[in-house]
Design a protein around this ligand. Sequence first.
Ligand SMILES: CC(C)(COP(=O)(O)OP(=O)(O)OC[C@H]1O[C@@H](n2cnc3c(N)ncnc32)[C@H](O)[C@@H]1OP(=O)(O)O)[C@@H](O)C(=O)NCCC(=O)NCCS
Length: 168
Amino acid sequence: MLLKRYGVFEEQLLDPHIHDRQDFTSGITALDEYLHRFAVQQSKKGVAVVRVLIDTNMPKTILGYYSLSAAQINAVQMDERTQQKWPRYPVPCFRLGRLAIHLAHRNRGLGRILMGCAVDRCLEAKKHVAAYALVVDAKGEDTKSFYEHYEFTPCRDNPMAMYLSLGT
Ligand SMILES: CC(C)(COP(=O)(O)OP(=O)(O)OC[C@H]1O[C@@H](n2cnc3c(N)ncnc32)[C@H](O)[C@@H]1OP(=O)(O)O)[C@@H](O)C(=O)NCCC(=O)NCCS
């Protein structure tokens, strides 16, 4: 399925012919530059799948975006209980490479919608390709607390690397 609707909001695959990437500002240069300059290229190359959130009343405006890729992490980075379940080889995961909401649309629950979209996509994908968790690299303390809010667990060797178990 290419798109999902949440009231007036819709999750769509990033399409350079429709979505106005240059207008997007999250306030974090690296996240803006990624969308402006690299996201389309990376999607074409199969490095990441990038999805955007739009309001159907203004379909060109990107309210937020996220990217997902396949990933792996070492079992030793995970909590002790999880470690015991896994042999000592890399654990298959998905990576939430980036997630950002437009500065002008913060604190409206859009981050929650996008996070839900990303997790839903992983749960769908994991029906076909096994993966244990969704991993993310928090870019700073504020971001880390956002992921903690969604019950991501910090890795043992690097608390800025975090994971969310996708259940069984
Ligand atoms: C982090 C970010 C995605 C949140 O988006 P948002 O649309 O403002 O967040 P929402 O309004 O949907 O908030 C969802 C929930 O997260 C909580 N939340 C938001 N930012 C938070 C933070 N920094 N720390 C802890 N909780 C946070 C909200 O209180 C809300 O909780 P509730 O649903 O229980 O009431 C947004 O601030 C952003 O784009 N930041 C810059 C980019 C960034 O840091 N991206 C993540 C790393 S790549």
